[in-house]
Write a protein that binds this ligand. Structure first.
Ligand code: F6P
Length: 320
């Protein structure tokens, strides 16, 4: 193994820069050439790349987003796109590729690996929907962003006896909504994984209003419904006046938390080490405090990572 490449793909998240920095510095320290591919798989197809030096990754650790830039690349899902990506990697003399991204990006990495180029995946998605890792990169920073927003909303909500319906990201996975409900003390989290009954929720919110509570917060994962629709359905039924906040892409940005910087550093270093040890077709992950390697085949066929039932119980038990 003489030359490796790294790319960030799909939706960006905080901690990607810290991870690229770890890949570059661990790679260089082991005597490898490291190439940074810009704009994810699109850049691989369009041959957008640069040679990385230690200085290329100076002063990026604390920045959100990805300085390599990212893209959702439809072409990569076609045979022609995959073929071109592999040909370009060979043309660049790349012996191993590190892909930092979510589910679709890991699938792309697995497809490249099946063409004979060793690939190590690093899970990165604020949704925390990737199987075989307790945490993906970016989740912790997104949660901190959400909790900060909900804390602020609670201030204004309680000044006016209002309920806020707060929409988080999470197309298929409600982890952000549930974990932020626990961390910020929201009354409800509506998630795609669990059915909910708005009549029961309204009855409970009315009870809280009668008991003199000054506010209520209902977290909604985007995959469980639109906050605006839910607010319209509960409006005039709960006592509290209702307002809506859609957090949107605000959740994805900002300086990475210490946790994301640390797992970024560990994931990046472990991915380089895996390539040096002759591994490929695997994803690094976190199991408790240990770094793991799981085959990309398993990861990409496992479906959405289930939310720990203990967290679901905790959210409902603490929101009395
Ligand atoms: O997959 C991560 C994610 O942030 C989802 O939570 C969200 O639905 C989606 O990306 C948004 O994608 P885009 O940035 O392409 O609008």
């Amino acid at each position: 193994m003489k030359r490796i490449a790294v790319l960030t793909s799909g939706g960006d998240c905080s901690g990607m820069n810290a991870t690229v920095r770890a890949v570059v510095r661990a790679g260089l320290a082991s005597g490898l050439d490291v190439i940074g591919i810009q704009k994810g798989y699109q850049g691989l197809i369009d041959r957008l790349y640069e040679s990385m030096t230690t200085r290329s990754v100076s002063n990026v650790l604390q920045r959100g987003g990805t300085f390599l830039q990212s893209a959702r690349c439809k072409e990569m899902r076609t045979d022609a796109g995959l073929h071109l990506a592999c040909e370009n990697l060979k043309g660049m003399g790349v012996d191993g590729l590190i892909v930092i991204g979510g589910d679709g990006s890991l699938r792309g990495g697995y497809a490249i690996h099946q063409q004979g180029i060793p690939v190590i995946g690093i899970p990165a998605s604020i949704d925390n929907d990737i199987a075989y890792t307790d945490f993906s990169l970016g989740v912790d920073t997104a949660l901190n962003n959400i909790v900060r927003a909900v804390d602020n909303l609670k201030d204004t909500a309680s000044s006016h006896d209002r309920a806020f319906v707060v929409e988080t990201m999470g197309r298929n996975c409600g982890y952000l909504a549930v974990a932020s409900a626990v961390a910020a003390g929201a009354e409800y989290s509506l998630i795609p994984e669990q059915p909910y009954d708005l009549d029961i929720i309204c009855e409970d919110l009315r009870r809280r209003y009668r008991e003199g509570r000054s506010n209520s917060i209902i977290m909604v994962a985007e995959g469980a419904g639109k906050a605006e629709d839910i607010a319209n359905q509960i409006k005039d039924r709960i006592g509290f006046e209702t307002r809506v906040t859609v957090l949107g892409h605000y959740q994805r940005g900002g300086s990475p938390s210490v946790f994301d910087r640390l797992i970024g550093a560990r994931f990046g270093q472990a991915a380089v080490e895996a390539l040096l040890n002759g591994k490929g077709g695997e994803m690094v992950g976190l199991d408790g405090t240990e770094i793991t390697l799981t085959s990309l085949e398993k990861v990409t066929t496992a479906g959405i990572r289930p939310i720990n039932p203990m967290l679901l119980d905790l959210a409902s038990e603490l929101s009395v």
